[in-house]
Design a protein around this ligand. Sequence first.
Ligand code: FRU
Length: 422
Amino acid sequence: MTNLNYQPTIWTRADALKVYENDPTTTQPLVSADFPVMDENLFIWDTMPLRQLDGTIVSVDGWSVIFTLTAIRSPEEFTNEQGEYDITADWNDRHGRARICFWYSRDGKSWVFGGRVMEEGVSPTSREWAGTPILLNKKGEVDLYYTCVTPGATIAKVRGRLVTSDEGVTVEGFDNVKSLFEADGEYYQTEAQNQYWNFRDPSPFIDPVDGKLYMVFEGNVAGDRGTHVIGEAEMGDVPPGHTEVGGARYQAGCIGLAVAKDLHGDEWEILPPLVTAVGVNDQTERPHYVFQDDKYYLFTISHKFTYSDGLNGPDGVYGFVSENLTGPYRPMNSSGLVLGNPSSQPYQTYSHCVMPNGLVTSFIDSVPVQKPNSKDLDYRIGGTEAPTVRIKLKGDRSFLVETLDYGYIPAMEDVVLRKKHK
Ligand code: FRU
């Protein structure tokens, strides 16, 4: 039986002080500024490979499928006074017009754009934010868990179907969005408690031990903004000179947990956070699991700019490991850092997703380039898939071992669909 009467694991300031930004075993190799772009008319960022509830990355009838947060590039709208396209302004604006689209490929890397998953008007709010597409069965049915944002932030799901042919993949259905839950104000901070609250990014999974359906998601610890207390437990064993925390009470990230009533996943009960980052970091985004060697590896992405005063770490993916679903967890590599950007290119990639085969996908954000005829650095905006890398998980540690192709997300298993008879 899973112990549901647990205390969250505290990611302490002392743990985070161990983050070492340029450790080669936890640093993503430099992404070159001459990267290829998947589609000149689109920005893509958070990438969601099709998977089953046990985490296996799957293809259907030999087609790999990924879902991405996507925005149409809008050079007409983002033209500056000099008549130039301000791609940075366009890129920074993308969150407000995010749509979930899908792509398919035969080789797990030559992605063909499939279009939107939901038609305009289906999703009830203005933004379609990250989540997880789950292949349910051999009929090709998919539950897309995602986040409906602005107004509010609601974890939701929509069911549809993937249809394959020799030419590619199309979608059917995805026309009826079901709201699952919002932040409760008891465990997870609400908009009323903090207008900058974070509540999103559902990642459902079946616990390999108890067989029940759960999901992890991004939250903030409940309580009014600025009222969180950084006590001894949140501080950890810090060295002399590290007791001043500045405005650290404003950062209160956490990884949330919910359990479903049954394997249909239509009714959910919110549980306490698994890991909290009060006084450490304000965002623990897109949490997800890898189950390996009888361990629970819980990953989450976070930013340099969301760390608290007195702490510093790269944009990248962080990990926590336990022998039990509900913890206690240990920060991987002692600090939590699993794979960060190099300090010379601090924004080169983001939104890493660690897959059960050790491959880690992410998107390119921006890569520095030399300005022509000048010593100044400029940067090139990505909005496309980054090179995939491979890491190895060994007990509480991880090691970066290989760089692969851009956007390489191979299936671990192919599912042959039963054709629908009309
Ligand atoms: C991560 C993220 C997610 C969110 C999305 C919004 O890159 O911030 O947490 O769902 O991007 O664009």
